[in-house]
Ligand binder design. Structure first.
Ligand code: PA5
Length: 347
């Protein structure tokens, strides 16, 4: 069983990461940050396994009084300015898109909170006298999800922008600990839902569909985890949008797709009733063109618990898909090669 970077151990530590980050953030000096009534928008900058923390906030934070944008690009839009609270997240601290966006946000006069293990983001924070959040070192970014998500929720809670942020984190941690106990390698056979799901997916290509804001982020993460951890193809889309386009694409080539694709439908307890109906109707319409349709239900109390639960289950599934195929889940050579080939960015 190759796991050269101890990736599974890091994944198993996710619930405790939430707790630890919660503690760290409780003592961070937020004195230089704006008061709640001086914040018109929340902006999260970050790519890949770091930027997903922003997607989680945007999906879960439906009760936030201001909009949340998650930017995964180089340039900062004109609306980012002194009344935007900006989180710049890069686990390494050196991802060029995030660094460039951070410079843009600082130039625009925005209050920026960098979250990283150091690198250029920490240097920028120093230069501008910004409070920086330090991540626990030695993890892969996608295995540091708890350490990257918690600072957003705690900061907004402490600023009075997101009063429910603290309780959401506590409930999420409880659920992730339960899911970890079900899914970690010591849970054998079909009692382990992640192992069982990986067995059912086998060498088919998972197409992951989720509904609404929570389902969209969960499906995207599930797909990304299969790509990065199992190094295997996987695709995703979200309801209701897919019912306005992608659904038509299953009208042809069913003889091919039914040998190749497994549809994994992610469900959660916060689906709009009409969305649940759409998901069922679509399933009935297209199930014959897949190897199988697998329904997955989120567990946990609260929007954050349910979203992280689906994401965490997907991470474990992707680890078993890797190990079942003798693939090392940790290293991501393709991303490392691309970053090296791009070379240093002098912008
Ligand atoms: O999962 C990964 O390792 C990647 O998606 C990285 O998160 C991504 O390349 C960005 O790097 P960083 O998280 O260091 O900013």
């Amino acid at each position: 069983m190759p796991d050269t970077l101890g990736f599974l151990d890091a994944v198993a530590g996710l619930p405790e990461q939430l707790d630890a980050a919660h503690e760290v953030m409780g003592s961070l000096d937020l004195g230089s940050l704006p008061a709640a009534d001086a914040i018109d928008s929340i902006v999260v900058l970050g790519m890949g396994g770091s930027g997903v923390a922003g997607d989680v906030l945007a999906a879960v934070g439906s009760s936030l009084p201001v909009p949340v944008s998650v930017l995964k690009q180089y340039r900062i839009p004109a609306y980012v300015g002194p009344r935007s609270l900006v989180f710049a997240i890069s686990y390494s601290g050196n991802t060029e898109e995030t660094v460039e966006m951070t410079k843009g946000a600082l130039d625009a006069g925005a209050p920026v909170i960098p979250i990283s293990c150091g690198g250029k983001l920490a240097e920028l924070a120093n230069e501008h006298g910004r409070p920086a959040v330090a991540c626990p070192v030695g993890l892969m970014p996608r295995a540091a999800l708890g350490a990257l998500v918690a600072p957003l929720f705690v900061t907004l809670f402490r600023l009075g922008v997101f009063p429910e942020g603290h309780a959401l984190l506590v409930k999420a941690q409880e659920q992730l600990a339960k899911r970890r106990d079900q899914c970690e390698p010591s849970a054998e056979g079909d009692k382990n839902p992640a192992r069982e799901l990986a067995r059912r997916i086998g060498r088919t290509i998972p197409l992951v569909y989720g509904g609404g804001a929570l389902g969209r982020v969960a499906a995207q993460r599930f797909k990304n985890d299969v790509n990065e951890n199992a190094k295997a193809p996987a695709f995703c889309a979200a309801y209701p949008e897919l019912n306005h386009n992608e659904i038509c694409g299953w009208g042809q080539h069913g003889d091919v797709t039914r040998q190749v694709f497994s549809l994994v439908q992610l469900h959660h307890g916060y689906e709009h009733a009409r969305l649940t109906k759409q998901m069922q109707l679509s399933r009935d319409l297209i199930e014959e063109v897949f190897v199988q349709v697998i329904d997955v239900e989120a567990a946990g109390d609260g929007r954050l618990a349910q979203l992280l639960d689906l994401m965490y289950l997907g991470t474990w599934v992707s680890c078993y898909l890797a190990l079942d195929n003798d693939v090392d889940p940790g290293p991501i050579d393709a991303i490392a090669q691309l970053k090296a080939a791009l070379g240093p960015h002098e912008g």
